[in-house]
Design a protein around this ligand. Sequence first.
Ligand SMILES: [Mg+2]
Length: 275
Amino acid sequence: MAGGVLLDMDGVIYHGSELIDGASELIHELLDREIPFRFLTNNSQRNRRDIATKLQRFGLPIEEKHVYTCAMATARFLARQKPGGTAFVIGEGGLMTALHHNGFSIVDKDPDYVVVGEGRMLSFEQLETALRMILAGARLIATNMDPNCPTERGLRPGCGATVAMLEAASGMKAFSVGKPSPVMLSDACRDLGLPLEQVVMVGDTMATDILGAVQLGLRSILVLTGSTRIEDLTQFAYKPDVVVDSIAKIDLELLENLWAVEADGLARELQTGVA
Ligand SMILES: [Mg+2]
């Protein structure tokens, strides 16, 4: 049975500026066999073209259509909630572009929503403005709740950290669209044009990639090249269908086995040992 694949990027395909062994081979195989796939990212800073370019620089023949960001998911979600709405944005180009593409206007006064994404230009003044807007009735939307993000020098505070500050100050709870939210994952499946049971999610982070897949009923593969070690798995009440050392261990046979599993949890039988 044919299906599709959703791939997290950082910790799965690359680390910083290093491509992970096996990533190129798998991507070429998916392209050669015309298996639909999307790269999913919880980073709302860049737009899909920027991300496609980054992947092309790793030598991967990736097009814009292969990229799906939480900024796109957020903008599409808001366009369904309030067509032609307005937003005050704490974030950068990727988020602004996605909102504009989906019919939203970016405003500095009386917005329908305060939308928070990643960025390096955050100021206390912006937070103060956003807080007043929320208290005046604007709804708080997070592109994702990742507390921090990996960089080449270590971690930096993530979107979730900024949102937590606004939640604490306002007493309001944000609605988050990025992974693990089923809003983003189901939208990405729709983008692939496939039913949920024919989509496999590949990720390195239990709390986003794998949790989102489990909640939505997607098959999932955890790779151990990123944020999760095999001994960490005991801390979670859910688990992926398959655990592999790295993307180099993912081939068409493994994917076909997962696509073929009935939707009743029998995927456990496919659990592979980690070498
Ligand atoms: Mg990752």
